[in-house]
Design a protein. Structure first.
Lengths: 205, 400
């Protein structure tokens, strides 16, 4: 009996430890509390897709480049630019409306008043208001005369994606073009490139 | 024998380990209910949406795939897009080094406890359906992006091959034509023409179509477990009777469109053969087989030594073997090699795309589903109002 007790002293903690490990391995992940993050910081969700900070950085770079071209830098008065919607030619679906807004904001804040931007998003509403004014229903009966633009700025997202059992990579190129309204001359181009690679867990291979 | 009795509870306990299952807290349920109300969810989708919002991350993508597709079929496109986007965000989040993925690699955690991302065919279908929704919304750039992503998802687990979703190339071609990009459209159709997955003649897309048909038929792939420990994942074909569809409109007599499926999802799910489990599951199965054999041998040998022992030393050795056997058996019993058979189970067997250019006004549109012999097995008809210069009218149909 003595020998049995000795073994019991060894075996019982061993078995209990084993069960502890087995049971602990079944514990669920603790829920993550909501917290604020810097919108310009790398996201915690580790995908290889384009993110808001990429568009911000590209727009800031484009802005710096635009204000240095002769057509802008030597203009007698700040040229007016129309920013067209971002077009997506990449292999990643994006929120083009959001990225167009990010692009517009970043350009507006980084060109230091050397260019002005035109926005047609309220044009329809403004026309209705002008009609009401002409009809004498609201104040300000002067004829509406919207500005036209000197240049149109386009932004196209291009990209190549690769995937393997190990993970994936995404190459993005945000290509900007500044085109003259008067003669369709391509005045300026610039491109901002991003490449991201990420590893996938072995459990998904 | 008394000595052996102490082993019974231990052996019984060896197979019991696992995570506790508990439902959502009252607070989580209340928050989900508020979200369901805030999103003005259709009554037919409320239950599914509640399940999604309270299920947690483990099954989120699976539930989102099903809910998104149900919503799309009901014409709740904005809601479907939102749900699919939530699923895509999670599918694209790489999990290397994450706590849940590391835990899922353990031999003692069932594979279906990992956060579901689906097999390659399910992830590819997710992008295909999201692309269809972008197409319906007139966002052709993102529709084309989704079509490209379908092929990326298809090759992500077998990179030696190329993506071969015919429907994705067809969708890419159509979205490109609608953007005036004939080069990309031509290239996409040329690639698709060589795919093994091609089911037959699918008329090419026409940017002049103002009536577009999205039709589904049959039931999607079924995942089943096989093997000694259920460790092998097999894909079985769901029921499907429709082999072709024929589209006609009262306003364009003689201009009917006959097409086979643009995609056979079962083909896509099974073209890696009766696929073997992945290497982690394979690792568990090998581990379990090896340890089972070792464990059984140790218990038998140890019990034999105990029964015939005449000395304390021999008893100690025998008991040592028994305890060792118990430990090994417990480890083996706790291993969870079963294949993950969670599936996007409301996928169809096949998907069809076709269209027509109709004159402005009301057209009586009819779509027939044909079987192998060309007999009509089901029909759908609808009065469709075509507005000149407007985006296409989309009809989403389901056939047996």
């Amino acid at each position: 009996m003595k020998s049995f007790s000795s073994i019991g002293r060894i075996a019982t903690p061993l078995a209990l430890s084993l069960f502890g490990i087995v049971l602990l391995s079944g514990c669920a992940d603790a829920p993550q509390p909501v917290h604020y993050v810097d919108p310009n910081a790398q996201g915690q969700i580790n995908g290889t897709g384009i993110e808001s900070q990429d568009v911000n950085a590209a727009a800031a770079q484009a802005a710096q480049s635009i204000i240095n071209i002769p057509e802008i830098a030597q203009a007698s008065k700040p040229p007016i630019i129309l920013i067209s919607d971002v077009t997506n030619k990449s292999s990643s679906p994006i929120d083009t409306s959001l990225y167009t807004s990010v692009l517009r904001d970043s350009l507006l804040n980084n060109t230091g008043g050397k260019v002005r931007f035109i926005d047609r998003s309220a044009a329809e509403q403004n026309q209705k208001e002008a009609q009401l004014a002409q009809d004498g229903q609201v104040q300000g009966g002067d004829n509406r005369l919207a500005l036209s633009y000197d240049y149109v700025l386009t932004a196209e997202l291009q990209g190549i994606a690769m995937a393997s059992s190990q993970g994936q990579s995404d190459y993005f190129r945000i290509a900007f073009k500044l085109i003259s309204r008067k003669n369709d001359l391509l005045v300026w181009t610039n491109a901002y490139q991003i490449k991201k690679e990420g590893a996938e867990s072995a459990v998904y291979r | 024998m008394k000595r052996l009795l102490i082993l019974i509870p231990v052996l019984l306990a060896a197979g019991c380990a696992g995570p506790s299952v508990k439902g959502p807290s009252p607070a989580a349920t209340a928050a989900a209910s508020a979200q369901v109300d805030a999103d003005q969810t259709s009554p037919a989708l409320r239950s599914e949406y509640m399940d999604l919002l309270t299920a947690g991350e483990v099954d989120y993508v699976d539930l989102a795939m099903k809910l998104g597709l149900d919503a799309a079929r009901m014409g709740q496109n904005a809601f479907a897009a939102k749900i699919f986007d939530q699923a895509i965000q999670r599918v694209e989040a790489l999990q290397a080094g994450s706590a849940q993925a590391n835990r899922a690699q353990s031999n003692f955690v069932a594979e279906q406890e990992k956060w579901f991302k689906g097999e390659a065919y399910e992830r590819a279908a997710l992008y295909l359906y999201r692309g269809i929704l972008y197409l319906q919304a007139g966002d052709y750039g993102n529709a084309a992006a989704c079509a490209k992503r379908v092929q990326i998802e298809d090759i992500s687990t077998h990179e030696e091959d190329q993506g071969d979703w015919y429907s994705a190339e067809w969708l890419l071609a159509y979205a490109s034509l609608l953007q005036g990009d004939t080069g990309t459209a031509h290239d996409a159709l040329a690639r698709a023409a060589n795919f093994f997955s091609k089911q037959g003649v699918v008329p090419p897309p026409d940017p002049k179509w103002n009536l577009f048909i999205i039709a589904e038929s049959g039931s999607g792939p079924i995942k089943v477990r096989r093997g000694q420990y259920g460790e092998e994942l097999y894909i079985e074909e769901g029921v499907n009777r429709t082999m072709r569809i024929a589209l006609s409109a009262s306003t364009v007599p003689g201009a009917s469109q006959l097409t086979v499926a643009a995609e056979n999802i079962y083909f896509q799910a099974s073209t890696r053969g009766d696929r073997k489990v992945d290497h982690i599951l394979a690792g568990k199965a090998v581990f379990k087989t090896a340890t089972d054999i070792a464990g059984d041998a140790a218990i038998v040998g140890g019990a034999g030594a105990l029964a015939t022992s005449h000395s304390q030393t021999q008893s100690l050795v025998g008991l040592g073997l028994v305890v060792g056997g118990i430990v090994t058996k417990a480890v083996s019993g706790a291993a969870k090699p079963e294949a993950d058979i969670r599936a996007w189970d409301n996928l169809p067997h096949s998907i069809y795309f076709t269209g027509l250019q109709c004159p402005p006004g009301v057209s009586k549109v009819k779509v027939d589903a044909l079987d192998d012999a060309g007999a009509v097995i089901s029909s759908a008809s609808s009065d469709v109002t075509i507005v000149d210069r407007a985006a296409p009218v989309f009809l989403w149909l389901k056939f047996p």
